[in-house]
Design a protein around this ligand. Structure first.
Ligand code: ADP
Length: 427
């Protein structure tokens, strides 16, 4: 824009300079050369146009009235000499397009003609326009950036929701959790729909798998119980068995028993996963159940188990669940400690909670594995005990949490372990 403006002014100045000799020629026929020069200059002069002619020796032959009226600019302008192409000059704070051409009349050189056009007004207007445009552009960019950032933030909000959901979702809540996006861009809504469909498919697959585990465990448990019964009765009744035959039958019987237990555990977990493990909470005296379980385990394991805390404590729990929990924990204490070491069961009531601690002085559990032992099929060291499947503590956790409680472990290698079950009291 600035170039176009300057070019048009340059052309204007050049046109005036080029037509000047023709006008001079005409006027010089009617009057003397100096008078002709002055007349042509006066004809051309406007308040913004300065014209002057310098003689070959550099002195000023004549000048326009506009130049005389601007004496401050005139002094600097008149001191210019030499031939100049149309250019923009800054003279005394003004912008001028200046050019000069040699001036001759009928073949005689009379000097040089200088034409200067004051374009300060146009230039300052142009600069002001540039300034306002820059400010407007900057403001528009800022407003646009703000609008874009708000839009991007709003568009990303549903994605954040999806990633939060994907990060927290577990197998248990696959069937309940769905994304509800009302105010999201259509592309994100499509993504949410695809995500919901994936969840539905996963949920269906998970349910099928649970159903399969449950069905298989159930179908296998009955015939295996029968096989175990036959093996036991064969062992009891057959008196003429050779030693290797008896040993083989004993191994078969104990493996069948172990498999039945594993199937029972799998069935319990599958039921818990599919929500069919009904927990009926009731208030009862904990001490009675503890004594019953301890007597039962003592009978099977030939280990003495001490009970600390004889003051009757009432607990709100499912009787069968809690019995299973205690059996699993005491069974582990027996399995993972030497027969000469003591096993203690401590009962305590703290505020609204009942604490049941199963303490042993056994092998202990390494710190980094203490959080993993509640996972399904996780066993610390297969060599410690061949009995067991790694499901006992997973069942304990499921049952305790199903009753609204929690289970934790504190253990040190070589010193023993303390499993603490916390349950709500009678409320
Ligand atoms: P398992 O059928 O193997 O006993 P659990 O789920 O009951 O399965 O226990 C998981 C693992 O935790 C066990 O394999 C064992 O290594 C460790 N563990 C459980 N209880 C104790 C304990 N009282 N002392 C030492 N280790 C234990």
């Amino acid at each position: 824009m600035q170039q176009i403006l300057i070019d048009s002014h340059k052309q204007n100045v050049l046109d005036i300079a080029e037509r000047f000799p023709q006008d001079l020629e005409i006027y010089s026929k009617m009057m003397s050369v100096p008078a002709g020069l002055q007349t042509v200059i006066n004809n051309r002069t406007t308040p913004n146009l300065f014209l002057w002619v310098s003689r070959p020796d550099g002195t000023i032959a004549t000048q326009s009235t506009s130049l005389r009226q601007n004496s401050d600019t005139a002094a600097e302008l008149l001191s210019l000499s030499g031939l100049r192409k149309p250019q923009v000059y800054r003279v005394n704070g003004r912008y001028l397009v200046l050019c000069s051409i040699p001036l001759s009349l009928r073949g005689d050189t009379i000097g040089k003609l200088y034409v200067a056009h004051d374009i300060t007004h146009d230039q300052t207007m142009f600069m002001a326009l540039i300034r306002s445009l820059s400010v407007a552009t900057l403001l528009s960019i800022l407003v646009l950036m703000l609008i874009i950032s708000i839009y991007v933030r709003r568009s990303l909000q549903p994605l954040r929701q999806i990633s939060q959901l994907a990060g927290t979702i577990s197998a248990d809540d696959l069937s309940q959790v769905r994304l509800q996006l009302e105010r999201a861009p259509s592309e994100v809504k499509e993504l949410a729909q695809a995500f919901n469909m994936t969840l539905s498919r996963l949920s269906a697959a998970w349910e099928q798998q649970q159903q399969l585990v449950s069905d298989v465990s159930h179908e296998l448990r009955t015939p295996l119980t029968l096989v175990h019964g036959y093996l036991q009765s064969m062992l009891r009744r057959s008196v003429n068995l050779t030693e290797p035959q008896r040993e083989a039958l004993e191994v078969a019987s104990s493996e069948t028993k172990r498999t039945i237990r594993l199937l029972q555990d799998l069935l319990s977990l599958a039921r818990a996963d599919s929500g069919y493990l009904y927990c009926s909470l009731e208030s009862f005296v904990l001490n009675d159940l503890v004594v019953e379980v301890v007597e039962m385990v003592e009978q099977f394991s030939n280990r003495a188990i001490a009970i600390e805390g004889t003051f009757p404590i009432k607990v709100r729990a499912d009787h069968n669940f809690l019995k299973q929990v205690l059996i699993n924990l005491i069974d582990n204490a027996v399995k993972y400690s030497a027969s000469a070491t003591p096993i203690t069961l401590k009962l305590e009531q703290i505020a609204e909670n009942v604490l049941i601690q199963v303490c042993d002085r056994g092998y202990g559990i390494p710190l980094q594995q203490q959080t993993r032992i509640f996972e399904r099929f996780y066993r610390v060291d297969e060599a410690r005990s061949t009995e067991g499947s790694g499901l006992g503590l997973a069942i304990v956790k499921t049952l305790v949490e199903g009753m609204g409680g929690s289970v934790t472990v504190r253990s040190k290698i070589g010193e023993g372990s303390i499993f603490t079950v916390t349950l709500p009291t009678n409320c």
